[in-house]
Design a protein around this ligand. Structure first.
Ligand SMILES: *Cc1c(COP(=O)(O)O)cnc(C)c1O
Length: 502
């Protein structure tokens, strides 16, 4: 077996093993860890994954990337994470036929009802295993910036995990009622949740600054602690997302919907560019994936970038019905550009310095050309999102959440524009119950004045005929524990206080 080491996108001479990349989360100079080579999967290997459980498929894929983990360690991680205790289906991810050549890949059957569980149920096992392997003997402090779903999924993954402490920051006005309730009622003795008066980008920039602040790092060192990240900048978050693209290809072939070797397009509702980047990695490994369709809401910085080669975050920020995609700085794009520039760390440093100083950068024609050969970018506004929810509910008897609806709409636009009839999977990223108010509104159901999110969940259950996820039903009676909201300039002080370091 070949050893795969990890380099930083901003300094190609850095080489660490995967355990160190996962434990650190981000490289010291601010770059993201990427594998120095992308392992390949032959068609024979792909076929050999048929008949295997999700956990077994995952362990196989991880053995290619996390080469410093033993098989026993990987089995422990995958078998602990992908169980029916945490997920409400044996398949872990479900595939549902939507229409024509199009399938929904339902990634929200985990404990927090969003696709983030696919990675965040396993990350704590990766991280604690990595810390043990490295004999770090330090408490790992996980800082999370969330646009709503990552926070809860990380809290559920890390709650009461020995040797860890987790702190989550969310934008005060940027999350749905259900997302907020999920977070402020979080149980566990090692958890903190705090609202920030700002948007998601403020939370993410704040966390990134704390991560790289020397004074803070020194205080932490003195206190016997170290930071890590549960955001998709952490390779340990990204690698589990590659698995479900590979697994769904195998499942579709297994059930005869496609033949091995057929192309499969992938549509992803995108924010931080993590989920769609995972599909790109699956394609680079040799899985016959065709076009990668990147769907944005009206915060369409990625659509513009894919179409023009200019990344420009200097624009109005909109709070939309798909809040987990309300993002103007898509962190994982850095990994893609590193690959598309032929691993040119100097160029990446230049672009991302320009992004932090001017909010803008422009890629070369060569990179732009490569980008549009792999990706199609499209967007839609809230009105079109809601129209799409209504349409597929009526025509296809399928109820989807707002994020997934953005993907469906952009896919329809793509089909109209190109006439492409390749078989396609759409990543369905959240349960509609997480966004009941918006989904009901789309379906023309007017909630009665004075009703709370639970009346809406009940109403959505009646309208959709779908089962209410138990984890959401259970929240109703849980006490609120975290009511604090702070200015974005106070995040660092807050962290130090909570850790008793100031
Ligand atoms: C996080 C999230 C997204 C965006 O995923 P990225 O990996 O950040 O691109 C889309 N939909 C939902 C429901 C999410 O929680």
């Amino acid at each position: 077996m070949v050893t795969v080491l990890y380099k930083s996108t901003r300094n190609s001479s850095i080489r660490v093993e995967s355990a160190a990349a996962i434990a650190k989360g981000i490289s010291d100079e601010g770059g993201l860890f990427v594998p120095e080579s992308i392992p390949m999967l032959t068609m024979g290997e792909l076929k050999s994954l048929a008949g295997k459980t999700y956990a077994q498929r995952a362990a196989y894929v991880f053995s290619k990337f996390l080469t410093d983990f033993t098989d026993a360690e990987l089995r422990y991680c995958t078998e602990s994470a992908y169980t029916t205790k945490a997920f409400d289906t044996d398949n872990i991810a479900e595939i549902v036929h939507l229409f024509d050549n199009t399938y929904m890949l339902e990634l929200w059957h985990g404990p927090t009802c969003a696709f983030k569980d696919m990675a965040l149920q396993i990350l704590p096992y990766f991280l604690t295993t990595a810390v043990k392997k490295l004999h770090m003997d330090k408490k790992v402090v996980i800082l999370v910036a969330t646009s709503g779903d990552t926070g809860k999924a990380a809290l559920e993954g890390f709650k009461d995990v020995e040797g860890t402490e987790i702190m989550v920051f969310y934008p005060v006005e940027g999350v749905s009622d259900m997302q907020k309730r999920q977070m402020v009622t979080q149980e566990g003795n090692n958890v903190t949740v705090c609202a920030v008066k700002g948007n998601f980008d403020d939370c993410q920039s704040g966390v990134k600054k704390i991560f790289t602040n020397h004074e803070v790092l020194q205080s932490l060192e003195h206190g016997g602690m170290t930071f890590s990240s549960a955001n998709s900048i952490n390779w340990g978050r990204l690698v589990p997302q590659i698995v479900y693209y590979i697994s769904s290809y195998v499942s579709l072939a297994e059930s005869g919907e496609i033949a091995y070797g057929d192309l499969l397009n992938v549509v992803v509702p995108t924010g931080n560019f993590g989920n769609i980047l995972a599909a790109y990695y699956a394609k680079m490994m040799g899985v016959p994936i065709g076009k990668l369709i990147c769907a944005s809401n009206i915060n369409k910085v990625l659509t513009d970038f894919i179409r023009t080669g200019v990344y420009d975050k200097n624009r109005q920020f909109y709070a939309t019905a798909s809040p987990s995609m309300d993002i103007l700085i898509s962190s994982n794009l850095e990994r893609l550009l590193y690959l598309l520039t032929g691993e040119d760390d100097m160029q990446i440093r230049e672009w991302f310095t320009s992004l932090s100083e001017t909010g803008k950068y422009e890629v070369t024609d060569a990179v732009k050309k490569k980008m549009i050969s792999f990706f199609y970018g499209g967007f839609c506004d809230d009105a079109a999102t809601k129209e799409t929810i209504r349409e597929i509910h009526e025509k296809n008897g399928y109820t989807c959440d707002t994020h997934t609806a953005v993907a469906v709409k952009v896919y329809k636009d793509y089909q109209n524009e190109t006439g492409d009839t390749t078989k396609t999977i759409i990543a369905s990223t959240a349960s509609p119950f997480k966004f009941s108010a918006s989904v009901l509104d789309a379906l023309g159901e007017k909630p009665i004045e004075g009703t709370d999110e639970y009346d809406m969940v009940e109403l959505l259950h009646e309208v959709s005929g779908m089962k209410i996820p138990q984890s959401l039903a259970d929240l109703k009676t849980k006490p609120r524990r975290f009511e604090k909201s702070i200015d974005k300039t106070d995040m660092q002080q807050f962290v130090l206080q909570e850790l008793h370091l100031s």
